[in-house]
Each structure stands twice: as C-alpha cells, then as structure tokens.
Write a protein that binds this ligand. Structure first.
Ligand SMILES: C[S@@+](CC[C@H](N)C(=O)[O-])C[C@H]1O[C@@H](n2cnc3c(N)ncnc32)[C@H](O)[C@@H]1O
Ligand SMILES: [Zn+2]
Length: 363
C-alpha cells in the first residue's frame, strides 16, 4: 500500500481504513504545527501508518512509539517501521493495553484512535502526561450515532451529556466529546485548549493542548454549558443551563449538554497548519486547505450553525436561496456570516435569529 509518501504493508487481520487518509493528513499537519520536539505515542496503532506518517512528515517527532493490544498489529507495525527506515532509538513498538502501558511510557503527544468512543481510555491517556507541564491529546470518536444521535441513554452513559439530533448535531457531538476531555483533564489539574477540531464522514476529531494548572483546569470548567433549540420556530441559543422555553415563541425547547462552549480551534495554529499544507503535496491538499480556511471563520462564532434548507422548510419558502445570497444579505444587515466546515449547506453567524430568517426570505 501507499499513503502519501509512505509505502507500507497491510494484513487481513489488522485494521486499515484508506478513507481516514484525510484525518491522518490533518493530524500530521497538527503535529508539525506544534513545532516543539515531541515524544509521540500512537496508542491504537494497528498497521502503524498514522504514527509512521507523523514521524516521517515532521522533523519535530524525536521519539515514536507504536502501541497496540493485538500481537498481529504489533508484528505488522514493526515490519512497517522497518520498511520506513525508522528504527530505535527514534522508533519502537509496544505490545499491550493502553491502560497498562500508561505506567511505563511518557508522551508529549498522545494519539487515541480506538474503535468507537475514546471515553474509557481518557483517564489512562492523561497518565501519559504525568511528567509533563504541557502536552497534546489527539482524540478521535467514531461513535457518531451516540454523540450526534437523538438517544440520551448511550450518550449519558459514555459522555455524561445529553445529545441533540437536529440540523447542527455534528457540532454538538464534537463539543460533547471535547467536554468529556476537559472534565478528565481538570481531574488531573490540567486546562484544555482545542487547537483544531473537525467533523468528517463518520468521525469527530480534536487535537487539544493540555496545560497543568489548577486555575486553567477551573477555567476550562467555566467554559462548559448547554445549547437550546426550538423545534417549532428554529431559534437556538447557548447558556450555562438549558433554556426550558423558547424566548421567541414560547414552545418547549430541546437542549444538549453539558458541552464545550469555548473555541474549537486556535487561529495561529490553523494558519501554521495551512502553511505546512501548502508545502506538502497531499492527495487531499485542496480539500484540507478549504477546510482550514472555513475553520478560521468559525472562531468567535456561536456553538451552532444554521441549515438553509431546514430554515426554508420551516418558513414554507417558495424557493431556496443560494448560500452566497444568504451570506450577502446578512452582511448587508451588518452581520458577519460564513460557511462552515460542518456542512456545505449551512452557515455560521452571530446575527439575531430574526435577521437569519429575513436573510433566507422570511417576511
Ligand atoms: C481503529 S484501529 C486504529 C487505526 C489506526 N489509528 C489508523 O489510523 O490506521 C484501533 C486499534 O486499537 C487496538 N486496540 C483496541 N483496544 C486497545 C487497547 N485497550 N489498548 C491498545 N490498543 C487497543 C486494536 O487492536 C486496533 O488495532
Ligand atoms: Zn420557538
């Protein structure tokens, strides 16, 4: 197999999903954008392709450990390390459970890409940072049906939060995952700062800086809250506690939370990722460049977005305006409005809801 500039072997017994190439490229750009030298542990490594790409593509990876619980995965990862010409002392493999090895390995950058939810691994993930003041956690969740679904029980069980299945469910799900990370970080006296976070295909991902400080840990807790949504009129809001009734029409609101209400990305970090993307010839270069530029506009915006088609349906519009014309109409009302990486038919804006409705054509 070939992924970007790395040739590697796969096997029928070991997981490899070629559709996660963009996710690995985005994460590799994040590793490079951190800039500092890193001891990197790829804790659910499977074939090893993720960690191998991080180390081959970024000079700042000074040590790489490929870790997996499955012997067949570790045998394959070893073979792939060798063919990539990565060897000890820079690179090694570790066979075992991420939880057990937490007491043996240190990491500045820990990758957790399990099957499904990262939740059961978070406490042990933070043990990898025991000796560190600052570290980086890169977490993927593929249990999108739980985080973005309408069922409370599985999400309460895994994330201690209520999800909400509506037109901006992917942002809600991503913010619930980040909230869970913030809670565990706080128990370790660490504050969080998401550097880049995204939703793509069937997964949610965030690369997060964690910094040891009781004050920062508490600061992160103060950025947790709820989003409320009115099914009847489409109004939405953020607040510390759920808003029980819609302030616009009085109907009963649905809500999601606790979730992360802070930023999903850091602007300087995204710019650094974009710069590296321009220098690299990734197969997904154009798509990544586009995603990164959309993400920059998401900074400073409320923790939800608007689906133009859903709004048009709600107001029984005769036709659906183009997204560009909705953005222009909001701008003409003095409101900032942008496309979002979450969906090509959605926009982000801090405009009052009445302005959003007027921009899609409501009387
Ligand atoms: C989704 S795959 C990882 C894919 C890989 N990161 C990539 O980008 O190709 C999950 C891997 O985690 C391993 N795994 C499952 N539970 C584990 C645990 N508790 N500790 C370490 N590895 C585990 C599995 O053997 C499997 O190889
Ligand atoms: Zn309402």
């Amino acid at each position: 197999m070939q992924e970007e500039n790395v040739s590697f072997s796969i096997s029928k017994d070991v997981f490899y999903n070629p559709n996660m190439r963009l996710c690995r490229s985005m994460s590799s750009l994040a590793v490079g954008a951190i800039g500092e030298t890193l001891e990197l542990v790829d804790a659910f490594t499977a074939s090893g392709i993720r960690g191998i790409r991080y180390a081959k593509e970024n000079k700042n990876v000074k040590k790489l450990t490929l870790l997996d619980i499955d012997r067949r995965a570790i045998a394959l990862a070893k073979k792939n390390l060798k063919s990539s010409k990565l060897k000890a002392p820079k690179a090694q493999t570790a066979l075992g459970n991420i939880s057990r090895l937490a007491f043996e390995l240190d990491a500045d950058f820990l990758e957790i890409d399990p099957f499904g939810t990262p939740s059961p691994y978070l406490i042990d993930a933070f043990r990898y940072f025991n000796t560190k003041k600052v570290a980086y956690l890169s977490a993927t969740a593929t249990d999108v049906a739980v985080l973005c679904g309408g069922k409370t029980a599985p999400c309460q069980k895994n994330y201690h939060s209520k999800p909400m299945n509506n037109e901006f469910t992917h942002e809600t799900g991503l913010r619930i995952m980040i909230k869970r990370i913030a809670e565990v970080a706080a128990e370790f006296n660490m504050g969080i700062r998401p550097l880049v976070s995204f939703s793509d295909k069937h997964y949610l991902k965030s690369v997060i800086e964690v910094r040891r400080s009781a004050d920062l840990a508490y600061d992160s807790m103060k950025r947790l809250g709820h989003v409320s949504f009115c099914d009847a009129c489409g109004a939405r809001s953020q607040s510390l506690f759920p808003e029980k009734a819609c302030p616009r029409c009085g109907a009963e609101n649905d809500y999601a939370g606790l979730l992360w209400l802070g930023e999903l990305h850091d602007s300087v970090f995204l710019k650094q990722m974009s710069k590296l993307n321009v220098q690299r010839d990734y197969a997904d270069k154009a798509e990544i460049g586009h995603m990164l530029s959309l993400m920059e506009n998401e900074i400073g915006m409320p923790p939800f977005y608007y689906n133009i088609h859903a709004l048009c349906k709600l107001i029984h519009a005769k036709s659906v305006p183009t997204l560009e014309s909705v953005l222009k109409s909001l701008e003409s009302r003095g409101q900032k409005a942008f496309r979002t990486h979450f969906s090509p038919i959605c926009i982000k804006t801090a405009a009052p809801y009445a302005d959003v409705l007027a921009a899609v054509g409501a009387d």
